[in-house]
Design a binder for this molecule. Structure first.
Ligand code: ADP
Ligand code: MG
Length: 687
């Protein structure tokens, strides 16, 4: 194909090998890529704002005559003040760093034109701090479009970006790229949309641009979402082309398992078990995501699925993201599977030496039927005899590629079925976009008798009262979690914070057995602390966020979360889900550090108002964006160039229709579209 798609960057003026290399580090390898490197925002340098009309926070061009030049303050607070007047009002330019020569060059009566951000305190004159300025009036046709500000500041200046992109725009008009959307699917052509976004006319609606709802942005977002959708569908298609074992529970393990449970499965659990069963009976690999709020009982559903595989003579791998969680699964499964005399194995990073070799041998010769562990399960040297099903817990922490790597392990040329479970309810929007390669089941019901957790916000200044409350709960025979959080993702610092809180609480709560668990402890130690807490040997557990998911102690009815303002809502909901697991009323205290900004307060109010994981996840998505919510920032899975979620949710129906149309057509078209938007980041992963 000709045109800008393949045209090399070096063909642009000013691009040598060095700049080309820098551009490559931004994922830009062709002129077309450059065109899709869109501005973050715009400045309006096309018109002069009268000094009398300056608004706080605005970025403006101003023009005026110097009325006064002075220096105020001393030492570090010394600053150069230049007062401008234009007949409509006054404004002050303030410079904290200036040279004598600079000062001398500014003479009363001279005209200046400046660009900067207005700071205007009530009742005071407007100020511009360190504005750009030029002497004398510029030609009034200084800029005729809004000025784009591009993302990416390392090694490439804004003026370089602008020069590169305007050359690319010239080429774009000369050799327009292929249009994938038809006229009635889009209000803008691709060329017009790109032209508009790189060089919007002065009257462009800047608010719409900022919020991503300008039609030119919607045009590109639609195409991007279509490309994304098509690439996931292709992944799914490829996955399903491979044969998978038919799993039917020939040995009838499910009946005794269900009969032995101390409870009836909820209707939602039964429904999801059925959905899984129907998938496993097919000779095509299942790829199913089970979403269920904390406490909805996903583990039982997973165990039922495992039994179908084991009952058909296959092995099952259960993988969790942390050792603590994997260990909890080990305990849960052991309690059910020992009774059915199913051989289980345990493999995590901490299993070493002879134990490891024995475990690996049992996995390879098939004597281990259920293998539980961390991602250590899928490392080199782990060979399954006949792997039929992989169960991944808390999958949002694994990327798409890891997901695929798992089922490569089946060992007999077939692809293992995959069941993925997440307690982070994924907003419907996101799951449509992020998991178009999966089927979804939702456990949308909690076991009977659960009571919603009552959540309160308390200022840390009232810490003493909170400690009294903990003491009371413990005296009544309850158990309590005290969760310490830190913004740094450092195990060491987290551990330190938890340790000092532990000491504080031990001193304050005489006679109450207090335990401590954090990420720096050995897996064994954590395990024994957790087991002891579960057994009731300790009444208070001081913990870092390692207890986030999975930990199940029904007698725990109170949770204190320190500095909740530092965590995302979905994470808080996960933490809070550790209480309210029995039939007694539970409480959660969000012990915040004052002062709490309006934004943080609004966020934490969401926790007070709702126990609904889906609602909270929607709010989290709104506030933090999809990368954070899914934990996929590192995997690049959801790094869109233009599309934004949930803002562009309303495009998804149309995206679906367009994707369907394109899928009916030439495969080459689909591939070209996917390549345009995902480049070498994803394209079609070879399965
Ligand atoms: P999660 O979905 O958060 O992983 P779990 O599987 O850990 O939830 O289940 C939470 C608790 O609820 C466990 O103690 C489990 O034994 C119990 N449970 C699961 N299903 C039911 C049910 N249908 N009725 C009563 N209790 C149940
Ligand atoms: Mg769980």
């Amino acid at each position: 194909m000709t045109g800008i798609v393949t045209q090399s960057l070096e063909s642009l003026r000013g691009v040598g090998p060095k700049l080309a290399e820098k551009l490559r580090s931004y994922g830009i390898t062709s002129v077309e890529d450059l065109l899709f490197h869109l501005p973050l925002r715009y400045q309006d340098r096309t018109r002069v704002t009268p000094l009398g009309a300056l608004q706080d926070g605005a970025e403006v061009v101003i023009e005026g005559e110097i009325a006064l030049v002075s220096v105020t303050g001393g030492g570090r607070r010394r600053s150069l003040l230049v007062k401008l007047q234009d007949g409509t009002g006054l404004a002050t330019l303030r410079f904290f760093h200036f040279s004598q020569a600079q000062k001398n060059a500014l003479q009363t009566g001279d005209s200046l034109r400046c660009f900067g951000t207005v700071r205007r305190r009530p009742g005071q004159q407007p100020e511009l701090i360190h504005p750009e300025y030029r002497r004398a009036a510029w030609d009034s046709a200084d800029e005729d479009t809004l000025t784009p500000i591009y993302p990416g500041t390392e090694g490439i200046s804004q003026s370089q970006w602008r020069k590169l992109c305007s050359q690319a725009l010239a080429l774009l008009r000369a050799t327009p790229p292929r249009e994938f959307l038809s006229g009635d699917e889009a209000s803008y052509s691709l060329v017009d949309a790109l032209q508009f976004l790189h060089a919007p006319p002065p009257e462009a609606d800047q608010n719409a641009l900022r919020e991503g709802r300008h039609p030119a942005q919607l045009r590109l977002a639609t195409e991007e979402l279509v490309a994304h959708q098509l690439s996931l569908r292709e992944l799914r298609r490829q996955n399903r082309e491979r044969p998978a074992p038919v799993l039917t529970d020939a040995a009838d393990l499910l009946t005794p398992f269900l009969a032995g449970l101390p409870f009836e499965p909820t209707r939602a659990q039964s429904r999801v078990m059925q959905e899984i069963r129907a998938d496993l009976e097919q000779a095509k690999p299942m790829l199913r995501l089970v979403q269920g709020d904390v406490g909805s009982g996903k583990t039982v559903v997973a165990a039922a699925a495992a039994l179908l595989a084991i009952g058909s003579g296959y092995q099952v791998a259960v993988m969790a993201p942390t050792e603590l969680l994997a260990e909890q699964h080990r305990r849960n499964f052991a309690q059910w599977f020992d009774a059915l005399t199913i051989e289980q194995a345990w493999l995590a990073g901490s299993v070493k030496g002879r134990r490891r070799e024995e475990t690996l041998a049992a996995i390879a010769d098939g004597s281990a039927r259920l293998i539980i562990g961390t991602h250590a399960l899928f490392q080199e040297g782990v060979n399954f005899q006949r792997l039929g099903l992989v169960i991944v817990d808390e999958q949002h922490r694994f990327g798409v590629h890891q997901r695929l790597a798992l089922s490569e392990k089946s060992g007999d040329g077939q692809r293992a079925h995959q069941l993925i479970m997440t307690a982070t309810p994924i907003p419907r929007t996101l799951s449509m976009v992020a998991y178009a390669d999966l089927d979804c089941s939702v456990i949308d019901e909690l076991p009977p008798g659960r009571q919603p957790v009552t959540t309160v916000l308390i200022d840390n200044q009232r810490r003493g009262e909170v400690i009294d409350r903990v003491a009371n709960a413990c005296r009544q025979g309850r158990q309590v979690y005290w969760v310490c959080t830190l913004i740094e993702d450092s195990d060491a610092l987290q551990a330190q914070a938890a340790e000092s809180t532990f000491e504080e609480l031990v001193a304050a709560l005489e006679g109450i057995p207090v335990a401590l668990v954090h990420g720096r402890m050995k897996a064994r130690e954590k395990d024994s602390v957790m087991s002891a807490f579960k057994a009731g040997d300790f009444q208070l557990l001081v913990a870092t966020t390692v207890i986030e998911v999975g930990v199940d102690v029904p007698n725990a009815t109170l949770m204190i979360i320190e500095n909740p303002e530092r965590l995302g809502l979905a994470q808080l909901h996960q933490l809070r889900g550790r209480v309210g697991r029995g039939s007694d009323a539970s409480h959660c205290v969000l012990l915040y550090q004052a002062p709490l900004g309006a934004h943080s307060r609004a966020r934490l109010q969401v926790m007070r108002e709702s126990n609904d994981g889906f609602y909270i996840a929607e709010e989290d998505l709104r506030q933090r964006g999809p990368g954070e919510v899914l934990g996929t920032r590192q995997t690049g899975l959801l790094e869109f160039r233009v599309a934004r979620l949930p803002e562009h949710e309303h495009l998804l129906d149309q995206v679906d229709v367009i994707a369907n149309r394109l899928e009916q057509g030439e495969n080459e078209t689909v591939q070209a579209l996917v390549r345009r938007w995902t480049g070498d980041r994803q394209a079609f992963a070879t399965v």
